[in-house]
Design a binder for this molecule. Structure first.
Ligand code: ADP
Length: 303
């Protein structure tokens, strides 16, 4: 079990992680979801003892990471798939890891087979690996010591849809054997595929957490109009939160509230319905939009 209590990290007067508390349970895959810059990596670095918290604590199985003996046999960590010596082959990376952990060389072949790296690929230097291959190698490295806990930062980055499904199956089986998995992502749909539980972080703070099913039930409204700009304006004028999704507008408000606001502004609708998960999607898009606005305004300020 991973337990994070009131964890904070400040860089100067900027709070990258702000009073964050959560638990990742054994037998579950916990998705840590947030836009870029939300504080996911910083929190994971604190959990794995690489960054010192400003306050609060994080324990794994009741111990601080730095106090765990031969930690790679207890906790498998993948924080940056590209942080490998590019001149080594995949097989060499795993062999060095196995020796450092005191494991037999046969474990290397088992892991290569598990993550689907062929003998030919294992002989290739890591600098010539695609990002997806690096992720597979990183997962193999994290699993080498047969740990009970896995902590993976954006492991699905660079994987194709088939790769994401492969990872879901791998992590599902690992959790079914009683393992604890914490993985981060900045993509809602990716996490929806893989995770059982979700922790949503934005601007360093937890904004939602619970089982995926609970959070996806957070109903919201999906609405479409020919004149999207007019609809967006109508909802905002009525004080309703609204965010543009790919082909529609989502809002955490009810269809009734949205319909009345559109009618009051005289905007004809093409579609109006309650949508499971629309609340979560709207919240997440809002977080992402906020961040982009922050970025644009800070770039504007610097210019
Ligand atoms: P995420 O993993 O969610 O993309 P990070 O944890 O990497 O987010 O970063 C959170 C915020 O903290 C970002 O604004 C980032 O620029 C800032 N940050 C991270 N590390 C440092 C550091 N060493 N010094 C200053 N700011 C940092």
């Amino acid at each position: 079990m991973i337990e994070v209590r009131n964890l904070s990290k400040s860089y100067g007067d900027f709070r990258a992680v702000d009073d964050v508390s959560f638990v990742c349970q054994p037998g579950r895959v916990t998705g840590f979801l947030g836009p870029n810059g939300a504080g996911k990596s910083t929190a994971m670095r604190m959990i794995t003892g690489l960054t010192r918290p400003s306050s609060g604590s994080a324990t794994i199985g009741g111990a601080h990471y730095a106090d765990i003996p031969n930690p790679a046999t207890q906790v498998g960590v993948l924080l940056d798939a590209s942080a490998q010596h590019g001149g080594r082959t995949g097989r060499e990376v795993l062999t060095i890891g196995a020796r450092a952990m005191g494991l037999p060389g046969s474990r290397v072949d088992e892991m290569l087979a598990l993550v689907g790296l062929t003998p030919k690929e294992a002989k290739r230097r890591v600098r010539n690996y695609s990002l997806g291959m690096r992720q597979r190698l990183g997962i193999a490295h994290a699993l080498l010591g047969d740990p009970k806990v896995l902590i993976l930062d954006e492991p699905a980055n660079g994987l194709d849809p088939a790769g994401i499904h492969w990872m879901r199956q791998l992590l599902r089986e690992y959790a079914n054997r009683g393992g604890t998995v914490m993985l981060s992502s900045h993509l809602l749909h990716e996490i929806q595929i893989i995770a059982d539980d979700l922790i949503v972080i934005g601007h360093g703070r937890i904004v939602a957490s619970g089982t995926k099913d609970e959070l996806l039930r957070t109903a919201g409204t999906r609405v479409r109009a020919h004149d999207r700009a007019a609809l967006l304006q109508a909802l905002k004028s009525a004080g309703l939160e609204a965010t543009e999704a790919s082909d529609a507008i989502t809002s955490p408000a009810t269809p009734e509230q949205v319909g009345l606001a559109a009618a009051a502004a005289g905007v004809p609708l093409l579609e109006l319905r309650e949508a499971d998960g629309a609340g979560l999607e709207a919240m997440f898009l809002q977080l992402t939009a906020d961040d982009q606005r922050d970025l644009i305004s800070s770039e504007g300020a610097q210019a």
